[in-house]
Design a protein around this ligand. Structure first.
Ligand SMILES: [Zn+2]
Length: 105
């Protein structure tokens, strides 16, 4: 998976960057809602990076919406949703009005 350099979460843009420095803090993914940044472990296998990104997206959603999810729940949702999205790449390709991916409507 090619990671995006920016991603919008709840309407807010976040910078996405690969990093090895986060290993100093003992993590392989990290999100900062104040700085609007997500760091993913550089060198991790592509599928792992995708799952890590989804995990951090869920962390941001949990923080911003004050869901107070248990970390184990976030981990489980990230793995499960990443698997579903990976196994069904065209799942959200077309909008309800019938336009294909990339349309403006
Ligand atoms: Zn986490």
């Amino acid at each position: 998976m090619q990671l995006p350099t920016t991603i919008r979460i709840l309407g807010v843009p976040f910078e996405v960057a690969l990093s090895t420095r986060i290993l100093d803090r003992g993590v392989d993914g990290e999100s900062n809602t104040f700085r609007q940044e997500i760091a993913i472990l550089d060198g991790a296998p592509p599928e792992r990076q995708g799952a890590l990104l989804l995990h951090e997206i869920l962390e941001v959603i949990d923080t911003e919406l004050e869901l107070k999810l248990r970390h184990a729940t976030i981990c489980a949702l990230a793995v499960a949703l990443y698997q579903v999205l990976s196994d069904n790449p065209g799942l959200f390709a077309a909008c309800r009005c019938g336009h294909e991916k990339g349309g403006n409507v």
